[in-house]
Design a protein around this ligand. Sequence first.
Ligand SMILES: *Cc1c(COP(=O)(O)O)cnc(C)c1O
Length: 344
Amino acid sequence: MQEYFDFRSDTVTRPTKEMIEAMSKAKVGDDVLGDDPTVIELEELAKKVTGKQGVLFICSGTMGNQISIRVHTNPGEEIIIEEDSHIFKYEVGGAAWNSLVQTRTIEGSYGCMSLEKISDSIRHDDIHDPRTGLICLENTHNNSGGVILPLEYIQEVRKLSQKRNIKMHLDGARIFNASAATGIPVKEYAKYFDSMMFCLSKGLCSPLGSILVGDIDFIDHARRVRKVLGGGWRQAGYLAACGIISIKKMSKRLGDDHAKARVFSKALGEMGEFSIDMKSVQTNMVYFKPLKEPAESFILRMKKKGVLALSHDDKVRFVFHNDVSLSDVKRALGIIKNDSMKRR
Ligand SMILES: *Cc1c(COP(=O)(O)O)cnc(C)c1O
């Protein structure tokens, strides 16, 4: 079998040995009946880390975003989201499907919609207009390169949302990456939002699962919406056992992934065959464009050589995670370099 290096996403990370062991030993109950002790332990831990009163362990990040939209809005309302956000691009139109709301998308710069544009997009009280029901932000912002939204920016959006009495949700799939890079605690980021979702199954290496947080009323309602979406789960403690390790241990090593992304982007930049915005390399992702061919053909050729990546629009995306070591990164760089020398 050919050796391969998988940079497609941090979602490909397999549970660690410690997680497999924790699963085999986990004490479980029935989470729908509310008595799975390991789920309760995970949720208590998530409360501490996020500073929120209400926590719900859920199947996926998409489910967390969709539940949040459903809880915060009423049918016919409008939600304000960045035009390259996961909620808008990659959730199968779920806001319309699950919550009967329409989306008001705004162009962002490094994941940030301008305050002026957000303000102008908030609807006024008029019989013709939908009500603005929610503002969503994404941190780190995936499609902009895994970039971090500055805390001051978040604070400004919060002020605006409070002034206009609109709730805010954070798609914090990779909020632990933002926290690892800036040193700002997850709790501090969470403070400015009425709800926040983060993924255990990406850089944090759990096989699956996400966490949704908010106040107690929000989570009470969220639990019902999770149930109606078919997301009530029984011996979920086996997965929660992994989630506990994700938060306690795996969150502490994300800086290593960021270092790999820096090494990779620097070496790639020096090859002169790729266009890459170094300003966007802030966490565990590197987006770039091959100068002489479409992203798709580069990706296909690399796949044959055992280096796996994904395309996003006209760009190639590499994501760095626990299952590719720094020496794997260096070997992948060698393969890319060889390839570009041959094609000269
Ligand atoms: C991966 C991701 C999600 C969705 O998480 P799933 O667990 O794959 O459903 C949501 N938002 C962002 C920014 C993501 O990268």
